[in-house]
Design a protein. Structure first.
Length: 350
């Protein structure tokens, strides 16, 4: 273990995008059944299994929260299938519980969350694994979702082209806002009105952290070239992931980025940048210019707020954000803002 301790260590959250890209090059895939394999920005793998459909498979853990963790697990994994143009159908869950803290009432609550989420979304829980272990300090769920998509209907994060418009649904930091309002209620209650915190905690369900309907409405309305689900690292990181996958850059307008009042107040109170805050519930969509208004109308008619936030640019333009008329490089987040905040606050530095 000594050599690992001497090497550089990554902060909590996702691996840096460029480093992950190098690691994934270690796995060249010549299996003809694998249509889409491991790559930065790809939300799920696509497998050719016969017939007229592809099988979509994704996996994602829930590590930032314990409150309604089963709901989070089903939603975020279903999102990864939806943004590929597919419908989620089958779920597997690995549940890790801390030694000395696996109370029966906690386990019942987690399984109830899983059942409720699967029933709401028409998903079948097919299996998984449960374990009590000293390796975790709080409950962790690692989910695997399987879905299907027609061969002509597959969408990836790698289809954006220069000149495409960029649309974002719901807003920045939806999931992060819900987690912070639930996990830091006492601290935030000293700075933020109770009714605001209550509404923020409810973001888990309204506007919700799922994007299955968002993706469906966008695909039905116009020519979608790419979609991506902003999770850890927020919208800023998701834009870079989409850009790397597509071989393009992006120009974003800060004034066009939707930030809900509750998110803004919580982020200001905790000194968090909503651009780097975990954002399940939002959907990034790129589309042809001629289809922007049709897609926006479809989403808003379906009671899903949506905004055009920028446009896709050539790769050499990089990732730019324009604020008050001034263009600068889109911020990079080495780890999600919620992970940074939890780490600093638990260490006593915030």
């Amino acid at each position: 273990m000594g050599k690992y301790l001497r090497d550089r260590c990554f902060a909590a959250g996702k691996l840096p995008v460029e480093f992950l890209e190098r690691m994934l090059r270690m796995f060249p895939c010549d299996d003809k059944a694998v249509v889409i394999g491991p790559a930065v920005g790809m939300d799920a793998a696509a497998l050719r299994v016969g017939g007229k459909k592809y099988l979509l498979v994704t996996t994602d853990p829930i590590t930032f929260t314990t409150d309604e963790i089963g709901w989070y697990a089903v939603c975020v994994n279903a999102n990864d299938i939806a943004v590929m143009g597919g419908m989620p159908g089958w779920f597997f869950a690995t549940l890790l519980l801390q030694e000395g803290g696996a109370a029966e009432c906690l386990v019942r609550s987690i399984f109830s969350d899983l059942r409720r989420a699967c029933r709401r979304m028409g998903i079948t829980l097919c299996g998984g694994h449960t374990e009590i272990t000293s390796a975790v300090m709080r409950p962790v769920i690692c989910g695997t979702m399987i879905g299907e998509v027609g061969r002509r209907g597959i969408i990836t994060a790698g289809g954006a082209h220069p000149g495409d418009a960029i649309i974002l649904t719901k807003g920045l930091g939806i999931e992060g806002t819900a987690i912070l309002a639930r996990e830091r209620r006492a601290q935030l209650g000293k700075k933020i009105p109770a009714d605001v915190l209550k509404k923020a905690a409810g973001f888990l369900h309204r506007p919700g952290i799922g994007v299955v309907r968002d993706a469906k409405l966008a695909l039905e309305a116009g020519h979608v070239t790419a979609m991506h689900d902003p999770t850890e690292g927020g919208v800023a990181t998701a834009l870079r992931e989409m850009g790397i996958a597509s071989g393009v850059g992006a120009r974003i307008y800060r004034e066009s980025l939707p930030v809900r009042k509750e998110t803004r107040l919580i982020c200001e109170a905790l000194k968090i940048d909503p651009l780097g805050l975990i954002s399940s519930g939002a959907l990034l969509v790129t589309c042809r210019e001629r289809d922007v208004e049709k897609i926006l109308r479809s989403l808003t008619s379906g009671r899903i707020s949506a905004s055009r936030i920028g446009e896709v640019r050539p790769a050499e333009d990089g990732f730019i954000i324009v604020e008050a008329g001034e263009a600068r490089i889109l911020p990079r987040f080495s780890r999600d803002e919620i992970a940074r905040y939890f780490s600093e606050s638990e260490g006593g530095s915030s």
